[in-house]
Design a protein around this ligand. Structure first.
Ligand code: SF4
Length: 249
C-alpha cells in the first residue's frame, strides 16, 4: 500500500472511533434528563464534530497535495498544523493496527517536504545547514568527521566525499551528528534559516517535529547494509533540496 493511502487509512480509523464515541454520547444524552450530563454531552458532541470535520479536511488536502501539489497558503497552514496535531495519535493507531510505522513516518516527511517546496524560499548559502547522520560514514573509517566534515580524506569508500563536493560547490554548512543532542548543538551553533536533513524515516519525522517553525526538507537515507551502518544517500535528491533553498528552483 502506498504511504499516503496508509496515512489516510489510519485517519479514517480515527474518524470511525470519534464517530462511535459521538453516537454513544448522543445515546446517553437522549436517555438521561440530568442537566449536567446533557451539558457535557453537548460539549463532547461539539468537540468531536470539529475533530471529524478537521480530519476529513486533512484527508481532502492530502489527496489534493499528492495529486496536484497546489495548496494555497491557508490550506498549507491547515494541513501542516493539523497533521502535526494528530501525528502522535496516528502513530499510536498504527501500532494497534500493525500498519508499517515507517510508511506513516515517510508520509509525514513527504507532506512536510511538499509543503515547504510549495513556498517561495531563497536563502544565502551560509543560511542553510545540511545535517547528516554519522552512519553515512564508512564504519571502519578512522577519521573523525563529527567535529569537522573536512577531516574526510575523500577515499571514496562512503558518500561523505560526494557530499563534501556539494558543500564546496554550493558553499553551504554541512554537519554530521551522532544523534539528536549533537544535531541540536549544530543547529544552535550555525543558526540556520533552513535545514536539509538526511536520516532514516524515524529520525527524520521526529527531527522535523522537533524543530517546528524552521523549514526542513528531509531526505531518507538508503540502508543496503541494514539500519545504522554504512548507509547511503541519493546525492541527486540532496542537491535538489540544496538548490531549492538557495536558488529557489
Ligand atoms: S570518504 Fe571520507 S569519511 Fe568516507 S571512508 Fe573515506 S575518508 Fe572516511
Amino acid at each position: 500500500m502506498k504511504e499516503e493511502k496508509s496515512f489516510i487509512l489510519v485517519l479514517s480509523y480515527i474518524v470511525l472511533i470519534t464517530l462511535a464515541i459521538l453516537i454513544s454520547s448522543l445515546y446517553i444524552g437522549f436517555t438521561n434528563n440530568t442537566t449536567l450530563i446533557n451539558s457535557i454531552i453537548l460539549l463532547v458532541t461539539f468537540v468531536f464534530s470539529l475533530v471529524i470535520i478537521n480530519i476529513l479536511l486533512i484527508i481532502i488536502l492530502i489527496i489534493k497535495l499528492f495529486k496536484k501539489n497546489n495548496l494555497n497558503n491557508i490550506e498549507s497552514k491547515i494541513l501542516y498544523y493539523s497533521v502535526s496535531l494528530y501525528y502522535p495519535l496516528v502513530l499510536t493507531i498504527t501500532k494497534i493496527t500493525k500498519i508499517d510505522k515507517n510508511k506513516i513516518r515517510l508520509i509525514y516527511t513527504k507532506i512536510n517536504n511538499l509543503l515547504i517546496q510549495s513556498k517561495n524560499v531563497k536563502l544565502k548559502p551560509e543560511e542553510l545547514l545540511i545535517l547528516l547522520p554519522h552512519c553515512l560514514q564508512w564504519s571502519e573509517c578512522q577519521f573523525k568527521i563529527t567535529n569537522d566534515i573536512d577531516n574526510c580524506r575523500k577515499c571514496g569508500k562512503c558518500d561523505i566525499h560526494k557530499i563534501i563536493e556539494l558543500k564546496d560547490k554550493y558553499d553551504v554548512n554541512v554537519a554530521v551528528a551522532t544523534g539528536g543532542t549533537l544535531a541540536r548543538k549544530w543547529i544552535k551553533e550555525t543558526k540556520p534559516k533552513a535545514i536539509v536533513a538526511v536520516a532514516c524515516e524515524r529520525d527524520l519525522s521526529s527531527g522535523i517535529s522537533d524543530v517546528r517553525g524552521l523549514p526542513v526538507i528531509g531526505v531518507v537515507n538508503d540502508r543496503p547494509n541494514g539500519p545504522c551502518i554504512n548507509t547511503k544517500v541519493s546525492i541527486e535528491k540532496l542537491e535538489d533540496a540544496i538548490k531549492f533553498f538557495i536558488k529557489g528552483e
